[in-house]
Design a protein around this ligand. Structure first.
Ligand code: EPZ
Length: 448
């Protein structure tokens, strides 16, 4: 557990305008893709979160020179000194996105050595789709203890059908294919905005990639790529969370650089709840004017353009305070309801439903039934993953009294100073060192 906690005190309706950082899930894969070219790549609009720092360390361990400019939100990666294809196991275990260097390393060195990625508690998160299809591209995979050694004489282009449009597998295969002679086709590819952002970055490097109808991506290999110079897209997940801050406090929030056309289903659900949504020209900028009498709406997560699983827990909070009952069906990750217990501690009425419709425990269900309550009550809660941390902060701003959340490392992994943006909107939120949690005369006032 990190040596910090977040304290949230309900502060009434939030008002004002804010802008979001670059997308975490876009910048991480683009940083990995810099390995595909020799030279200095530049990424701008970079969110300065701990996951970005982990990726920087991972690339440095491979020999790259990486400079993170927090002020100017940019990162430069000079790959000319990259000399290693063994990924640092400590970083690998901290962050699942580390697996995304596998494709670029295979393209660059025809080899990659790594341990199984760690990551959140939201599911088993195997990498079988990545490995199965690398094998189709001519890669041999051996295991020595827990170390996976992938090796190929020469990557082969081929036709790949993904049984599930996995974001990570699509991105890894894409990056392996851009320098592979011939045409590689990915059928049932993931087309999340972050995947499209990677494709744009690779095309700027000189890659030949076309997206065809029915989620098919065709990559024609080239012999070399030039370094990347790319500005990362705004974070639709942070934008959604800030709009929900307006919704759960009954406020009025304008996210100036939110891309509405990256979040159609989510915005539609907010409108179904009765919130007024205004979209700027060409979908740039989204404003929410919250209704004081929100209606509960059911939703089901799925691959893009479906409802994003990363906004499932934040959107659940809005249902906890809405009128009526709804169902939330999580179809992407098998263990993404750990925040339910914490919300129940705050007074939320949430029932887990098994496949047969019977009540069951949080770990065994993919569906919950939420019945709106008059109020939530601040208490001590624990964040179990990145998006759960956001959900609990949202619950805290809507709850009566004070909420103290531990598990702040998840918050820091996913967001770049989101707390500062919430303060800008009028929220009383602070990140405090943990020793304030140990009862003493000096910190009595911090306790609920
Ligand atoms: C990416 O994870 C994101 N992470 C996740 O965001 C996001 O929730 C997810 O896509 C879905 O949108 C990054 O981009 C770094 P998947 P990824 O491969 O690539 C199963 C956050 O909070 N699967 O599309 O891991 C898998 O277990 C994070 O920012 C296999 O079974 O997602 C899951 O159930 C959380 N075998 C489903 O597919 C595989 O080889 C979707 O996974 C690969 C995936």
């Amino acid at each position: 557990m990190s040596e910090e906690y977040i304290k949230v005190i309900s502060s009434g309706p939030l008002h004002g305008e804010v802008s979001v950082a670059g997308a975490k899930n876009a910048v991480l894969v683009s940083m990995a893709a810099t390995l595909l070219a020799d030279g200095e790549s530049i990424l701008t609009n970079v969110p300065i979160s701990s996951d970005v720092r982990y990726m920087a360390i991972l690339l440095q361990c491979l020999g790259a020179e990486v400079a993170l400019d927090e002020e100017r939100k940019l990162v430069t990666v000079d790959t000319r000194s990259v000399c290693c294809f063994t990924v640092n196991p400590d970083v690998m275990k901290k962050m699942r996105a580390s697996v995304l260097v596998m494709g670029p390393l295979l393209a660059r060195f025809s080899q990659a050595k790594l341990v199984f990625p760690g990551g959140c508690s939201i599911g088993a998160r195997p990498i079988n789709y990545h490995l199965k299809n690398f094998k189709k591209m001519g890669v041999e995979i051996h295991y020595v203890d827990e170390v996976l050694h992938a090796k190929t004489k020469k990557l082969q282009s081929c036709r790949i059908a993904l049984e599930y449009p996995s974001v990570g597998a699509t991105e890894n295969i894409l990056m392996a294919a851009v320098l592979t002679e011939g045409t590689t086709t990915i059928v049932n590819a993931a087309l999340e905005p972050e995947v499209l952002d990677l494709i744009e970055a690779l095309q700027c490097m000189g890659a030949r990639i076309v997206i065809c109808p029915a989620a098919i991506i065709q990559i024609t290999g080239v012999t070399s790529l030039k370094p990347m110079n790319h500005s990362v897209i705004p974070d639709r997940l942070e934008a959604g969370s800030l709009l929900l801050a307006g919704a759960v406090t009954g406020g009025d929030v304008f996210v100036t650089n939110a891309r509405a056309y990256d979040m159609d289903i989510f915005l539609m659900k907010l409108q179904e709840m009765g919130h007024k949504i205004e979209v700027g020209l060409n979908g740039n900028g989204v404003r929410i004017k919250a209704t004081q009498l929100p209606e509960a709406v059911s939703f089901k997560t799925g691959p893009y353009p479906g409802f994003p699983t990363d906004l499932q827990s934040p959107m659940m909070v809005a249902q906890c305070l809405a009128t009526g009952t709804c169902e939330i069906h999580e179809t992407v990750f098998e263990n993404r309801f750990l925040h339910v217990r914490e919300l129940q501690k705050m007074g939320a009425q949430i029932k887990c439903i098994s496949g047969s419709g019977l009540a069951c425990s949080v770990g065994d269900c993919d569906k919950v039934q939420v019945t709106g309550v008059e109020a939530l009550y601040g208490t001590n809660v624990i964040a179990t993953d990145i998006r759960a941390s956001c959900a609990l902060v949202l619950a805290g701003m809507a709850a009566k009294g004070k909420t103290v959340m531990t598990g702040v490392d998840h918050w820091r992994r996913g967001y770049d100073q989101l707390d500062k943006k919430l303060i800008q909107l009028g929220l009383r939120i602070s990140i405090q060192p943990v020793d304030y949690l140990i009862p003493s005369a000096r910190n009595a006032e911090h306790f609920i």
